[in-house]
Every structure is written in C-alpha cells, then in structure tokens.
Design a binder for this molecule. Structure first.
Ligand SMILES: Cc1cc2nc3c(=O)[nH]c(=O)nc-3n(C[C@H](O)[C@H](O)[C@H](O)COP(=O)(O)OP(=O)(O)OC[C@H]3O[C@@H](n4cnc5c(N)ncnc54)[C@H](O)[C@@H]3O)c2cc1C
Length: 304
C-alpha cells in the first residue's frame, strides 16, 4: 500500500469523505484519542461497499466508530482506517410499531421518537449516548432491559463489502455484546416496539432519566460503566469497597459518585485511563480475588 494511492482511490468514491491523520479525541465521549491514519465517512450504501472493497484491496485494517461512547482510543491513535457511517445511515423508517433504523442514528433521538409515537420498549436507553449500530454491537442495556429485547433483524456488510441480512437467529446476544458473523459492519437495525400511549411511555422514560441523574456522575466526560459486572456482583460495589473512589492517575479519576465510572477531569490522556484501569483491577483482585473485565473497548496502538 502506498499512502497516497490509498487516499486517492478512496477520494474518487462518491458518498465517501476521507481525511488523513484526523485526531479522534473529538469523536469519543471521553475526549481522548490520537490520530487515525485514515478517517473515512461513508454516506451511502453504494459508497460504503466501494470503500470497503478499496480498503480490502489495500489490506488496511479498519475500525468501526459509532458515537465513540464506549471506546478508549490510544494517545498514539489508530493505525489503518477508522470508519464512521453518516448520511443515509442516520435515517429511520417507521411502519406501525416497527422501525428500520440506520446504524448511525443516535439512540437518544430514537428514544425521544418512540416516546412521541407512543411506542414502548426503548425507555431503558434514555441517557445512553451511543449510535444504534454501536448499541446493537454492545447489546447496550440498563434498568433491566437491553437492545436484544427489541431487535428483530440486522442489515450488515462484511469487511469485503458483501451484504448480509441477519435474522435474530444469527445474532448471538450476551451480556453487553452481540456476536455477529464475519466481523459484520451493522448498517441498519430492525426493531419491534409495543404500542402504548405516549403518556405511559413518557412517564417511564422520565423515571429512568431521574434515576440516572441521581445515581450517575455528570459534568465530566466519561464512558458510562467502565467494567462489566462480574456474575452475581457489581463492579462499582467492589471498587468502592476497595476504597478506590477518588483514585487518580493524571487527569483521570474514579468517580466519587459512582465507582464504576472514570472521569476526565480535564487534560486526561488515554494512558492515564489505562493506568487507572490497571490499578483498579489490581486492587480489586487482591482484595476480593475477582478479575474485573472492561466493558469499555480499547482501540488503537498502545505503547509497549
Ligand atoms: C454517560 C454514558 C452513559 C452510558 N450508559 C450506558 C448504559 O446505561 N448502558 C450501556 O450498555 N452502555 C452505556 N454507555 C456506554 C455506551 O454508550 C454504549 O456501549 C453504546 O451502546 C456504545 O455505542 P457507540 O455508538 O458509542 O459505540 P462506539 O463506542 O463507537 O463503539 C463500540 C463498539 O461497537 C463497534 N461498532 C460501532 N458501530 C458499529 C457498527 N455500525 N457496526 C459494527 N460495529 C460497530 C465499535 O467498533 C466498538 O467495538 C454509556 C456511556 C456514557 C458516556
């Protein structure tokens, strides 16, 4: 691959925008992350397919970026390409109690839309700042529900650009993950919701919003929960009981309000967060013999 030829081949594709060396901090909720060698935005299905074929031909690794609310991107950035979906992937089509939603549609917008239409099932997702595609892949959940409950089908493409139509039986949902075949890139998600009155859905959504405000930190960039809950316990309880609330590495701090959150107090680096994650894991392991695993996904090139 020669850099110039790759960028030039991509720039010829209609519906695809290419940037070289684009800093990723502005695309992540924690506001950290170094540059992507190539930052690609696909606005159309045709553009996406053509783009993936070029990426494959040049043998460039590709990382999908949704709203970056569950990604810790290294300070060194990402070697290869980072791909974001825009344009037609930000649209939703509604049919009765069903929806066909583009992967780049914001979950927050989707929740508001279901409330307006009096469709129940997504209130749990109020306050989740992800995209529909990222939330499907993470099987995002809260307050006793998760994406799995509303998803009926998924349109995707393979990294080679081949279209996949996935039924529920092809989607292996688990706690905070959905295993999709062939490293699938999610393009659209079919959902079935429950017709109710707008007032009933709105009341449940507001109760969840209030609970979130009471229990979770706000005001500093974060990722939501950093660690997965181990079976039968809560990561936050273990971290708090280990006396780690307020622990700091550089600009990153374990929240004093909710111990499973790490906050960017200003100027934090990805390396600070990684260091803090390692300190927390070490202390919890030593005290409770529990190995915490991150829910947040680490991406990019890390120093040895
Ligand atoms: C304040 C706050 C509150 C949160 N609350 C919750 C919560 O209550 N429950 C919860 O589960 N999570 C929560 N999160 C975490 C996060 O919002 C969810 O995991 C969300 O679903 C991630 O979506 P995203 O678009 O930001 O994905 P990203 O962070 O961009 O990506 C996550 C993963 O999905 C992959 N991906 C993204 N888009 C696609 C695609 N189209 N096709 C294939 N792969 C893709 C990425 O490569 C990555 O591996 C919270 C985060 C914050 C900052």
């Amino acid at each position: 691959m020669t850099t110039d030829r790759f960028a030039r081949d991509l720039s010829r594709i209609a519906g695809v925008a290419v940037k070289v060396g684009e800093p990723l901090a502005r695309y992540t909720s924690f506001k950290v992350g170094g540059p992507a060698d190539y930052f690609l935005e696909a606005h159309t299905s045709l553009g996406l397919t053509a783009c993936l074929k070029v990426v494959e031909r040049h043998g460039v690794p590709v990382l999908l970026l949704g709203n970056g609310s569950n990604l810790l991107v290294s300070d060194l950035g990402v070697r290869g390409a980072v791909l974001r979906l825009r344009g037609e992937f930000r649209r939703a089509r509604w049919h009765g109690a069903g929806a066909d939603v583009g992967a780049a549609y914001a979950v927050s917008r989707l929740v508001r839309e279901t409330v307006r239409r009096g469709l129940g099932g997504l209130e749990f997702a109020e306050g989740i700042p992800g995209s529909v595609g990222g939330s499907l892949v993470m099987n995002a959940g809260a307050y006793g529900s998760e994406m799995e409950r509303v998803v009926t089908r998924v349109d995707a493409v393979t990294p080679a650009g081949e279209a996949l139509a996935l039924g529920r039986e092809d989607l292996q949902f688990a706690y905070r993950e959905a295993r999709l075949p062939a490293e699938a890139i999610v393009t659209r998600v079919g959902m079935a919701l429950t017709p109710e009155t707008a007032a009933a859905v709105d009341a449940r959504m507001r109760a969840i919003m209030a609970h979130r405000r009471e229990s979770q930190p706000s005001g500093h960039p974060n990722f939501g929960s950093v660690f997965r809950n181990p079976p039968g316990d809560h990561a936050g309880r273990l971290i708090e009981a280990s006396g780690l609330k307020g622990l700091r590495v550089g600009g990153a701090e374990v929240s004093r309000r909710h111990a499973n959150f790490i906050l960017n107090l200003g100027g934090a680096r990805a390396q600070d967060v990684r260091g803090l994650i390692e300190r927390v894991c070490g202390e919890v392991e030593e005290r409770f013999s529990v190995t915490l695993q991150t829910e947040v996904r680490l991406a990019g090139e890390w120093p040895q």
